[in-house]
Design a protein around this ligand. Structure first.
Ligand SMILES: Nc1nc2c(c(=O)[nH]1)N=C([C@H](O)[C@H](O)COP(=O)(O)OP(=O)(O)OP(=O)(O)O)CN2
Length: 142
């Protein structure tokens, strides 16, 4: 098996805010991330696809096709958007990295499987800041 990676980026605004809590409780739990007038991040999304190289092309998956898929099905929906307001698949959800990455997985997993026979989505990695990032392998429970 070979693991092939494609990194994409997007810029987006959000706030971490539980509507069932008071403003004070949100500020206590989320700190500046609960700022009611939003804040922004430069996100990086790394998509890892697993498979065996095709004998004719040497590719597990064509990285150009993978990049186009990620951009059309995920990046274009979140780039320069307010994640709490503008993105239908995040509506009503807490927009932590954990929730964002699991929603990305639901979109990408079936589409990646169609790119090349035997190739499958292995892992997503989402950087919210250069120091804060999450990884998701599609395990259930979220
Ligand atoms: N488990 C999670 N914890 C936190 C999340 C998250 O999505 N999942 N998100 C945030 C904030 O949105 C944001 O990431 C915090 O930004 P910031 O504190 O500026 O980030 P840094 O740690 O990189 O900045 P430092 O200057 O190093 O503190 C918070 N928690």
């Amino acid at each position: 098996m070979v693991y092939v990676n494609r990194k994409e980026h997007f810029n987006a605004a959000h706030k971490l805010f539980n509507p069932n809590w008071t403003k004070e409780k949100n500020e206590e739990v989320f700190g500046p991330c609960a700022n009611e007038n939003w804040h922004g991040h430069n996100f990086e999304l790394i998509v890892t696809v697993k498979g065996t190289p095709d004998p004719d092309t040497g590719f597990v998956v064509d990285l150009k096709k993978l990049s186009t898929l990620i951009k059309e099905d995920v990046i274009n929906l979140v780039d320069h958007k307010n994640l709490n307001i503008d993105v239908p698949f995040l509506k009503g959800k807490m927009v932590s990295c954990e929730i964002i990455i699991s929603e990305f997985w639901k979109i990408l997993e079936p589409k990646v499987a169609q790119l090349q026979k035997g190739a499958s989505l292995y892992k997503l990695t989402l950087y919210e800041t250069p120091r804060n990032y999450v990884e998701y392998f599609g395990e259930q429970g979220i």
